[in-house]
Design a binder for this molecule. Sequence first.
Ligand code: C5P
Length: 225
Amino acid sequence: MSASSVPVLTIDGPSGSGKGTISRRVAEQLGWRLLDSGALYRAVGYAAGAEGLDLSDAEAITRCAQTTKIRFQAVTDGSDTRVLVNGHDATDELRTETAGAAASAIASIPSVRQALVDMQLAFRKGPGLVADGRDMGTVIFPDAPYKVFLTASAAERAKRRYKQLKEKGLSVTLATLQREIEARDTRDASRTVAPLKPAADAVFIDTTGMGIDDVVAKVLAVVRP
Ligand code: C5P
């Protein structure tokens, strides 16, 4: 089947909206592939940091985005997919808030976004793709037949992130997290290229106060009404 006939479900939304968990569960249930596009931006931010580049040097960061080798390695023990950046397993480093902030900074550079387009399109293979990100339904897969925009209040998103990071043994405070989340939202929503906004044809789901299973069911119903 040609790439454009492969069904895609785009799941966009702000950080902490539950996109990661929901996308993974929904992809498993559908038996579709998963694209975690945020991991690509995090990987470029990480590689740039490792090379000691200035994150505001658009030319250097673009070259870095064009040359960084990013590989996703599925694991069989049920734990998270590993992300290899230039051959180094950077999965744990990529989860930190520092990596999120670096990703958000470099993601506002148009030529960096452009450098990652083909890599994202290459994920569109049968039987289907669940694409998790900020601009999946608006820019990367505008022709996707299924689109969802997930959100939740900033306070709830900070709480979820707090729990996740605590479970991973990282030390953070709730107040700092909420501030960081709000700063990242503002930057992601106000950038001129591919800002965070729902596609006109996306199903909007506010997950504040909802459990994971209920959100998964709602998202699955978009694909299988
Ligand atoms: O989703 P995640 O928190 O991993 O994304 C990290 C950052 O990467 C976001 O804050 C955003 O700035 C950027 N990003 C993006 N476009 C995407 C996915 C992520 O700009 N499709």
